[in-house]
Design a protein around this ligand. Structure first.
Ligand code: ATP
Length: 350
């Protein structure tokens, strides 16, 4: 795979404050790359440097082998879709999508054929003369994407484009956007603070925290093997416990203790996924660490059942139950055994 974008040691400061701190990564041609991080971590600042709206203080942005130093936004082979979408309310769908092509001075015939083709690709054929104010949120979203893609950018930058949509539509658009990207093949760089959006859509995700990238990985690896405690806490759900190490055991302040064979380094934080903890593990499950818990609450939300369980020392643990008839009889107040494989005990020194 060819690298379409290389970002090398990029930094941006606002006065004393470092918004983007020595960020280094590349994106492969045709990839769906997400930058995931909490509000204020520097995502938008990074995107604005890639698009050329603000200059970098240090580092280099290279697109298709060409340095972007000194190249203004309109000359860069990138386009942005903003959360606000920034559509022109007075114009209809066709005029919105044609806007950039008209400004480029293309002839009418070419504009028509490119706009028509793009509206077809995003599933908006027949909507040409509709006002954008008459469209649903999802349709407006697709107009904004069509308006950017019709310019044939090498890279499409998307800045929280689903943020303004309601939950149901967001779930739907996640799948649509991923399918659209695969079909069109344009490289997407997608910014979000929503870990589920990043995990569902991306080939690669960079987790950003306080201006730095903590981990760049496939969604699966990020979830299964978070490299830092920030990633472990930010991506997916986890039980987080402060611990200290004593030999091969981890001990929480309440005195709850679990063995982690082979543990060599110091320990400060322990993360356990709710689905990694097994309630009432069968005898056949060997190599797991077992401990008693009391079932405090059973949380059933339709597709999932979770249990809030408490250890005798008082640690509260959230456990996801797999769909299995053997748990049907489980009720609040039950004292049961729980187990977890030591590999699923994710331990961090800070
Ligand atoms: P959000 O998800 O809330 O948009 P973000 O991760 O995109 O957050 P940025 O907008 O990149 O974060 O901002 C990163 C930090 O830089 C913030 O603390 C912000 O206050 C600061 N910042 C951004 N732009 C400027 C500016 N022009 N002048 C001073 N500080 C700025």
């Amino acid at each position: 795979m060819q690298k379409i974008l290389e970002v090398q040691n990029l930094s941006k400061r606002f006065g004393e404050f470092t918004a983007v701190d020595d960020v280094d990564f590349y994106v492969e041609e045709g990839g769906f790359f997400s930058i995931l991080g909490p509000s204020g971590c520097g995502k938008t600042t990074l995107l604005r440097m890639i698009s050329g709206f603000i200059p970098e203080d240090e580092g280099e942005i290279v697109i298709r082998g060409e340095s972007m130093k000194g190249i203004p936004p309109e000359k860069r082979p990138v386009n942005i879709v903003f959360q606000s979408l920034a559509l022109f309310p007075m114009m209809n769908v066709y005029e919105n999508v044609a806007f950039g092509l008209k400004r480029m001075g293309l002839d009418k015939g070419e504009i028509r054929s490119r706009v028509t083709e793009m509206l077809g690709r995003v599933g908006l054929e027949g909507f040409e003369s509709k006002k954008v104010t008459e469209l649903s949120g999802g349709q407006r979203q697709r107009v904004a994407i069509a308006r950017s893609l019709v310019m044939k950018p090498s890279i499409l930058l998307l800045d929280e484009p689903l943020g303004a949509l309601d939950r149901k539509l967001r779930e739907h658009m996640k799948v649509e956007l991923k399918l659209l990207q695969k079909e069109i093949g344009t490289t997407f760089i997608y910014i979000t603070h929503d870990q589920s959006e990043a995990l569902v859509m991306s080939d690669k995700v960079a987790v950003m925290n306080q201006g730095r990238f903590e981990q760049i990985d496939t969604p699966k690896n990020l979830y299964k093997n978070p490299k830092t405690s920030f990633v472990a806490g930010f991506v997916g759900e986890s039980n987080r416990l402060e611990v200290r190490r004593e030999g091969e055991s981890l001990i929480s302040p309440s005195g709850w203790r679990i063995r982690k064979p082979g543990l060599m380094h110091e320990a400060k934080l322990l993360f356990m996924r709710p689905e990694a903890i097994v309630i009432d593990p069968p005898e056949s499950m060997q190599d797991i660490e077992r401990f008693p818990v009391t079932v405090e609450t059973i949380l059933f939300d339709g597709s999932n059942t979770k249990v809030s369980a408490r250890t005798p020392e008082g640690e509260e643990l959230l456990v996801s139950l797999p769909q299995n008839a053997r748990y049907d009889r489980l009720k609040e107040g039950d004292r049961v055994e729980a187990g977890i494989h030591p590999d699923d005990l994710k331990v961090y020194e800070e």
